[in-house]
Design a protein around this ligand. Structure first.
Ligand code: AMP
Length: 941
């Protein structure tokens, strides 16, 4: 069909009138949607060169330019050779040539030489065969226009075009990028791949650098294998090119002006990267193998989870490297790394992402299998989380532990297909061709810096040993491993190549091997670019070895608070608020004027204002954090006329700290992991993650177990992240009542984190300020309220904010005579107000109520002080809303027991044990609630 179209315009003596209009119209349609025109015309338009090659940033050619292009092509065709104008068959072949070029750009990777073992069985892609397009061997000698193919001249012999296409697209690199819709990006990649036929011309020094990388990768593993036979090291062997790849990435980034690179990776090859890239001293690693490592603090972690920091000298300046600590949960470290990068970028005021770059290293089965990868891709361009793109490397050894059959591990062609969701370019590369690896590494860094987007390198390699070194892989992968046994190592292959081309001699190669082994023997750092760290932009020492109960002063003069409160309610005149929001701000005005007690939203906002006024950063993310899930915060005000937004907290002082309140992507795991990463890289300010409903935090359990609760113990990494988790039994059913307090309490030990249940606006104010003012940096888990946000009794005065501080325990506040008291009820959270109201209503004066506002670390001293006046009491009750198997009862009762007078009894008033967190029927909820209050207050059921 296209022959007719092409004939029509090629045979036209000029493109004018109906023809040109037709082409223009089609081009317009193509610009809107490439699928709207026929496949033939898509090929023609795809291959149009940019209007102005010098300006690769020009958008797609304007249609008038297209007309001119076609016109010039027609004129040129007429001028160059009458035969082409007058030979419709040849003209039709011209289109076929363009189709062939396009086929290689789209599908060349499917027939590229990617698998070092040669085991991949891939169908021949017939579109890559000239014959499929009707192009014959005679045509190979004919000249054809090359369209936008960026190699050679405007015309080339077909034979040369085919050769160039095969070299570029079917060699050691399989470039997948035609799924990108932005033409400029596609052109950019073509301009990088096609002129050089997908190869870099490295000079002998650069080649030697690559060989040294492979030499160190292999040398390290062999040394460990010989010295510690059978010990788990998760060898890199087979994927040795990762080492030269990392070096190229660091060099390239350093030259571009990057100051810090944060790396995340799982076990495979980690020891190698630690020693050969980050410059960890081999002697230190050997000590760890020998079990000699002296525990300093905490429980420690196995060697292949360890992080490391160093500086690396490049011609562009030193680059600080930080390898993130990592649990066994593959892939979860990725959002942690991205969060850490964002914190560093924010601190440097780097908006384009250039100064700090993330590199995440994935396994082939994990990148396709783990949902967190999708979540992280989804964040990659989202306002609150973007970092100007990540370099994502897949160490694709074609097997996950023992599972390798394609049909078992994934449903996609490549393990990297998930990256297409953000239109990231994907470069598959044969790991046995280290020059191709180095070339694509440079390209990836340049792409990331140019377009600020993620880019993927799929390092297709193999795994020389089993999952770990004690494993026997041929039990499950017999053919693969019989091949691997005979397959030369990447170092040997490359060394032989360099010897053959006389870049190095055989003696040089042997010398390299021996020198490297000797340096391992010596035990000193083997990375010649290693430099001691000097690039810290943050100092953690003020936060080391601090305890939660150390004294701190967070008081502020009431005048200052009033001044801040006035600023918070001083809105631009033309910023029209929605009526309910206007009412809330009207109320806040009266609170600021001292005419009304402060509610939760006002006190919380004031806490942020004081921190900002102190020049510190505040960052809050969560699914509805701008407004607040329960309509209480309204930190981001939406103009009803033009939908612009205004953040009062951005205007609290002439010089203030930055504030970011961003509604997050709809994820818990990746967002919490990101914020953990952020907070572990930024000790100075307040970083908060807020769950929409508390129990949604379940989806982020790995982050809580593996990082938040244990990161300090395992890795010495402090983290002051605050988690606001709405919690409280309001009859909203099983999924919206509980933030699973019990799970957090169960993880508490070694003062690893704080679990608080603040019950008043003053308490939330002080709790948030304390988290920043006090130098201790440990996670703060908050059971935050819902109905209390508007409870008439849950109010505080400005004085309570100015003069007070966070009370870990709040004793009886009503005027009861302690001597009359014969029962003390302990509780936390909103049930306190229900108990209080009922007690007042029933005029009970022999039951005191004590609120425990910090359940962990348990505030022994304050508890003792509060209970001093009740030493005669024998009847203590813990009252909770949660079912008995949940809430604080089982996890905290030993603390309650330890603090009541000797001989006293402690009993439970709460819901019966239940599999579900709460019932789904409002009537039943009310009956249960009534019953637990009655039980706590000794009222009849
Ligand atoms: P990094 O910039 O992550 O490479 O960290 C540089 C150095 O700062 C580390 O070697 C640690 O000594 C210290 N450091 C970084 N993050 C933390 C943290 N979260 N807790 C304690 N110390 C840290």
């Amino acid at each position: 069909m296209h022959q007719g179209i092409m004939k029509a315009w090629l045979e036209s003596s000029h493109l004018s009138g109906a023809n040109s209009t037709y082409v223009e119209e089609m081009y317009e349609a193509y610009q809107e949607d490439p699928q709207s025109v026929s496949a033939d015309w898509q090929v023609v338009f795809d291959n149009l060169p940019p209007v102005n090659e010098a300006s690769a940033s020009a958008p797609e050619a304007a249609h008038s330019k297209v007309r001119d292009y076609f016109r010039s092509l027609a004129l040129e065709t007429r001028g160059k050779g009458a035969s082409r104008v007058s030979d419709p068959e040849l003209d039709a072949k011209q289109v076929k040539v363009l189709q062939l070029i396009n086929a290689h750009r789209f599908r060349g990777h499917q027939n590229a030489n990617l698998d070092p073992l040669g085991l991949w069985k891939r169908d021949e892609v017939k579109e890559l065969n000239p014959a499929h397009h009707g192009l014959t061997s005679e045509d190979m000698e004919r000249e054809f226009n090359t369209g936008s193919f960026a190699h050679g001249g405007e015309t080339m012999k077909l034979g040369d075009i085919v050769h160039a296409l095969k070299s570029t697209y079917c060699g050691s690199i399989g470039a997948e990028y035609m799924h990108i819709t932005d033409t400029e990006e596609k052109r950019w990649i073509q301009q990088r791949l096609e002129p050089t036929l997908g190869k870099a011309s490295f000079n002998s020094d650069e080649k030697l650098r690559i060989l040294e990388g492979l030499n160190s990768a292999e040398g390290m593993e062999k040394y460990l294998g010989a010295k510690f036979p059978g010990a788990k090291r998760f060898s890199l062997e087979g994927g040795d090119s990762l080492v030269p790849m990392m070096r190229e990435i660091i060099y390239r980034a350093g030259e571009a002006g990057t100051k810090e690179i944060v790396v995340g990776m799982a076990h495979r090859g980690r020891l190698n990267v630690l020693v050969n890239i980050l410059g960890k001293r081999p002697a230190e690693l050997f000590d760890e193998f020998a079990g000699k490592h002296a525990d300093v603090n905490g429980s420690g972690d196995v060697k292949y989870h360890q992080g490391f920091s160093s500086d690396f000298e490049t011609p562009g300046g030193n680059v600080h490297l930080a390898l993130a600590f990592n649990p066994s949960h593959l892939e979860i470290v990725n959002p942690v790394v991205i969060g850490s990068v964002r914190a560093r970028q924010d601190r440097r005021g780097c908006q384009d992402g250039l100064q700090v770059m993330p590199v995440t290293i994935h396994g082939d089965s994990a990148i396709t299998g783990q949902g967190i990868v999708q979540e992280t891709f989804n964040m990659s361009q989202a306002r609150g989380f973007k970092v100007g793109g990540s370099i994502r490397i897949v160490v694709n050894n074609q097997v996950g532990f023992t599972t390798s059959h394609h049909a078992d591990v994934r449903s996609t062609e490549y393990c990297t297909d998930i990256a297409k969701m953000v239109q990231a370019p994907i470069f598959h590369v044969n790991a046995d061709d280290p020059e191709a690896v180095a070339f694509i590494s440079q390209l990836a860094v340049d792409y990331r810096n140019q377009f600020k987007r993620d880019v993927v390198i799929d390092l297709v390699c193999y795994r020389r040993h089993g999952h770990n070194e004690a494993d026997e892989p041929s039990a499950t992968q017999p053919l693969m491993y019989s091949k691997i046994k005979k397959h030369p190592t990447p170092r040997k292959i490359y060394a032989d190549k360099l010897i053959a081309e006389e870049t190095v001699s055989a003696n040089d190669v042997t010398g390299l091997v021996n020198t490297y082994r000797d340096s391992l023997d010596a035990g000193d750092c083997v990375v010649k670019e290693w430099r001691p760290m000097t690039l810290h932009t943050v100092d953690w020492t003020p936060f080391l070895n601090k305890e939660w109960d150390e004294d701190y002063d967070a008081s502020l003069p009431i005048e200052k608070l009033k001044e801040l409160a006035d600023k918070l309610v001083d809105l631009p005149e033309n910023h029209k608020l929605q009526s309910r929001v206007a009412k809330i701000y009207g109320d806040r005005k009266t609170m600021a004027a001292g005419e009304k007690m402060l509610d939760w939203g006002m006190a919380e906002t004031l806490a942020y204002a004081t921190i900002l006024e102190d020049q510190k950063r505040v960052r809050i993310t969560g699914q509805d954090s701008g407004r607040g899930t329960f309509f209480h915060r309204h930190a981001v005000l939406h103009n009803q006329n033009d939908a612009t937004t205004y953040l009062p907290l951005r205007n609290v002082a002439d010089e203030q700290g930055p504030i970011d309140i961003t509604d997050s992507v709809l994820s818990e795991a990746s967002v919490l992991a990101f914020e953990y990463g952020y907070a572990t890289a930024e000790p100075g300010g307040l970083t908060i993650w807020e769950a929409q409903f508390g129990d949604f935090v379940n989806c982020a359990q790995v982050v809580i177990d593996q990082f938040l609760s244990s990161g300090e113990q395992k890795w010495g990494r402090l983290c002051g992240l605050t988690m606001l988790l709405p919690h409280g039994y309001e009859g909203q059913g099983p999924e919206h009542s509980s933030a699973r307090l019990e799970r957090f309490l169960q993880l508490c030990a070694n003062h690893n984190m704080q679990v608080c249940v603040p019950s008043t606006p003053a308490q939330v104010y002080h709790m948030l300020r304390r988290q920043v003012v006090r130098p201790m940096r440990r996670p703060l888990v908050v059971m935050s309220p819902k109905s209390l946000l508007r409870h008439p009794l849950a109010v505080s005065s400005m004085e309570e904010l100015a003069d007070g501080q966070f009370h870990n325990v709040i004793g009886e506040t009503d005027d009861l005579d302690p001597k009359q008291v014969d029962r003390v009820v302990f509780c936390s959270g909103k049930v306190y107000f229900e108990l209080l109201e009922k007690r007042r209503k029933q005029e009970i004066n022999n039951i005191a109520i004590v609120r425990i506002e910090q359940l962990y670390p348990f505030p022994e001293a304050e508890m003792k002080q509060v209970l001093e006046q009740y030493q005669h009491v024998k009847d203590f009750v813990w009252c909770q809303e949660e079912p008995q198997n949940q809430g604080a009862w089982y996890c905290s009762q030993h603390h309650f027991w330890a603090n009541i007078p000797a001989g006293a009894q402690l009993t439970y008033a709460g819901r019966e044990a239940s599999a579900a967190p709460a019932c789904g029927y409002p009537g039943l909820h009310l009956r249960q609630q009534e019953s637990l209050l009655n039980s706590a207050l000794k009222l009849s059921q």
